[in-house]
Design a binder for this molecule. Structure first.
Ligand SMILES: Cc1cc2nc3c(=O)[nH]c(=O)nc-3n(C[C@H](O)[C@H](O)[C@H](O)COP(=O)(O)OP(=O)(O)OC[C@H]3O[C@@H](n4cnc5c(N)ncnc54)[C@H](O)[C@@H]3O)c2cc1C
Length: 388
């Protein structure tokens, strides 16, 4: 009998029936709609964002942790479990849900006017409208405070000029939450993506997160009514608070990619024979499996601790940095180590492990690189900001 890694310390016992039921629903959606197709999407570098969004909306996955406007109003822990199951399918698919719910919808939900919320949130929750979140620019990634994109007043209107890069879902989005510098500081705008002057081009040749739609946005004299500005978003703190939401989902999501890699390696090691016995019987293989299982369980306990804090309204941004830094770094190490257990088969798309490892390279970089999270933690520990 083999024991699954998370069964070792029986983490299920830490969850309510409701949480486990939600996890089961998401796992089924991933089994039915992601796993059978994801290799093809990955190889082609194309993912049916709209079809998936409609499917995910049926089980309340879009804006899942938000209240009102057709959103499910689930707990932070339930949302985390959903991210884990989605990313066990593919990090790109989890990114679709994170960007829609935690970045685009959250920004409108938290900082938008009643009219903006009524216009966008119900359709976004239903998967009928796709959102993107444009903060990163070609020349400004880790340092968004230096962004070049400008919004200037022209009468009652706003006129936006500039460009955003590496924006998930941009080529298919109906609305972009675009961050721009104004005379009063950084501000957010809900920009219908069919506004004249907005162009979104797909980024090709990615070697990671291929089952995700990534784009570049050019803003050329984009004229918007005053009502497009998110009235409550003041300064860089606003987009950073959205990133904290999305990073929280990644704390859980990365564990999904790690769990799927470890499950695959366990199964493979049990059936693959060399030197007349299963490779699972070699001590060196068992050391790899044991170390991976230990890190997976530690990461899970960390995610759950942060999730419970979030549900009590106690989660602080630097705590999310601890989770994102550790869980993505360890998930990547697990995926790489599991890849070695599969030998040559480890580099084949027939198994998900190399795909997870390649995806996690993106996850390590986006939503604050590992280095930036180290600096956030370092600042908290020392009281000295080493960046900015
Ligand atoms: C597939 C994909 C999807 C993405 N989706 C989105 C999206 O939807 N919306 C969005 O706005 N952005 C998105 N991003 C962008 C992502 O958030 C940025 O790539 C990330 O913030 C890093 O910025 P950069 O790539 O410009 O790297 P840089 O900021 O140029 O960093 C390069 C290296 O320098 C290091 N570095 C930078 N500053 C410091 C410092 N002070 N001290 C030490 N080291 C430092 C970094 O850690 C990194 O290792 C996405 C990226 C990818 C790859």
């Amino acid at each position: 009998m083999t024991t699954r890694p998370l069964d070792l310390i029986d983490v299920d016992a830490l969850h309510s029936e409701e949480e486990l039921a939600i996890r089961g629903v998401v796992r089924r959606v991933v089994d039915d709609h992601v796993r059978p197709n994801v290799v093809e999407w990955y190889e082609q570098g194309q993912v049916p964002v709209r079809d998936l969004a409609l499917e995910f909306a049926k089980v309340g996955l879009l804006g899942m942790h938000l209240h009102g406007y057709g959103c499910a109003g689930a707990s932070a822990v339930a949302y985390g479990l959903a991210c884990l199951e989605l990313e066990a399918g593919d990090s790109g698919v989890r990114s679709l849900v994170s960007v829609q719910g935690s970045l685009a919808m959250y920004a409108i939900w938290k900082f938008g006017s009643d009219e903006q919320k009524d216009e966008w949130l119900p359709r976004m929750a239903a998967g009928e409208a796709i959102g993107c979140f444009g903060l990163t620019e070609p020349d400004h990634g880790s340092d968004p405070a230096s962004m070049k994109t400008r919004a200037r007043r022209d009468g009652d209107d706003w006129v936006l000029d500039g460009g955003k890069m590496w924006i998930t879902n941009a080529p298919v989005a109906d609305v972009g939450v675009i961050w721009a510098r104004t005379e009063e500081g950084i501000s957010g705008f809900a920009v219908p993506m069919d506004t004249p002057g907005v162009t979104a081009r797909e980024v090709h040749h990615k070697l990671s997160l291929r089952a995700s739609c990534t784009g570049e946005i050019v803003l050329d004299g984009v004229r918007l009514p005053a009502s497009a500005q998110l009235p409550l978003a003041r300064g860089l703190k606003a987009p950073l608070s959205c990133l904290t939401e999305a990073r929280y989902g990644i704390v859980w999501g990365a564990l999904g990619a790690a769990r799927d890699s470890l499950h695959t390696a366990l199964d493979y090691a049990g059936s693959r024979e060399q030197f007349g016995r299963p490779i699972a019987g070699f001590q060196l293989t068992q050391a790899k499996l044991a170390d991976a299982a230990v890190e997976l369980q530690k990461g899970y306990l960390l995610a759950l601790h942060l999730g419970r804090r979030a549900d009590r309204g106690e989660l602080r941004p630097e705590q999310v940095s601890v989770g994102k830094l550790n869980n993505v770094r360890e998930a990547l190490a697990i995926a790489r180590q599991c890849r070695t257990i599969l030998g040559a088969n480890g580099i084949s798309a027939e198994y998900p492990v190399m795909r997870h490892a390649a995806n996690l390279e993106t996850v390590l970089t986006y939503e604050g690189t590992s280095e930036i999270h180290q600096l956030v933690i370092g600042q908290k520990l020392t009281g000295i900001a080493a960046f900015g």
